[in-house]
Write a protein that binds this ligand. Structure first.
Ligand code: OAD
Length: 247
């Protein structure tokens, strides 16, 4: 019964101080953002895996930027849902709180989460391919495509981890440390098939954390979960929070 699982989750969280949340596309599903696996996966007839690559960008930066302009336009219109809001509220409930996300949509930050570890980068950041300078840019649409670096004139790219690229080392290290150290890991809205991000669940589980999975479907690492909340995160996380607050 879902009520038993909610109670079990609240019981695990109640005495914990070091809590980590690891989220994926499913946490934004109730905000209207399509997930990766299960969405059409095509953009202008091309598989997303072929657009979001360094090779595609080298060949045709404008084409790849137009894909991200479409994603930025969509991301501008969506709002955080109660799952993002509940996770944001827990940063002040647990002294050792860490939120690591695979999402680039910025909805955790829009809900008020601070210090979000963006494992796959962010839609609102750009990076110069020539000098490496990073900057935030929320302008939609961008005045010039591809945008140019104000410092060196180089072509700028989305500061997003593309297929075949490494994750930002400092972000992955911080997330791995938190996973090793946490008492409870919430795995929310991810299919847990993309590594190294999914490895965080294995790190936490093997270090003895209580793993709570929140997902309408079993993830690839559901067997590592001690508590399973089968259903939408935007409904179930607020129920866990209410039970926690009442206990
Ligand atoms: P996926 O699309 O693989 O998985 C989304 C998960 O969310 C699935 O397990 C769904 O069952 C679940 N889900 C759907 N609706 C939900 C809801 N309302 N509440 C909770 N869960 C829900 O997305 P990710 O696991 O995030 O990487 O994908 C991981 C990475 O694969 C992405 O970050 C991206 C992609 O390649 C890069 O771009 C580098």
């Amino acid at each position: 019964m879902i009520e038993d699982s909610i109670l079990a989750a609240a019981r695990a969280l109640g005495p914990a101080s070091r809590v980590m949340a690891f989220t994926g596309a499913g946490v934004s599903a109730e905000s209207g953002v399509a997930t990766f696996r299960g969405a059409g996966g095509l953009w202008e007839g091309q598989p997303v895996e072929e657009v979001a690559t360094p090779e595609a960008f080298r060949k045709d930066p404008l084409h790849v930027w137009r894909f991200y302009e479409a994603r930025r336009t969509q991301a501008r219109t969506v709002r955080p849902n109660p799952a993002h809001e509940t996770l944001a509220s827990w940063q002040d409930r647990f002294p050792g709180w860490t939120l690591a996300t695979q999402n680039v949509d910025g909805l955790h930050q829009a809900a008020g989460s601070r210090n979000v570890l963006e494992l796959h980068g962010g839609l609102w950041r750009v990076r110069c391919c020539a000098c490496g300078r990073h900057r935030e840019d929320r302008t939609v649409p961008l005045p010039e495509l591809p945008p140019r670096c104000a410092a060196c004139g180089g072509i700028e790219r989305p500061d997003i981890v593309w297929f075949g690229e490494m994750l930002p080392r400092d972000v992955l290290e911080a997330a791995s440390l938190a996973a090793r150290d946490c008492q409870v890991l919430l795995v929310v809205g991810t299919s847990a098939v993309v590594y190294p991000a999914a490895g965080l669940v294995e790190i936490a589980a093997s270090a003895g954390a209580t793993v709570i999975e929140v997902n309408p479907q079993a993830s690839a690492l559901a067997h590592l979960a001690d508590v399973v909340l089968r259903g939408p995160a935007g409904e179930l996380l607020p129920r866990v929070a209410a039970t926690l607050a009442a206990s």
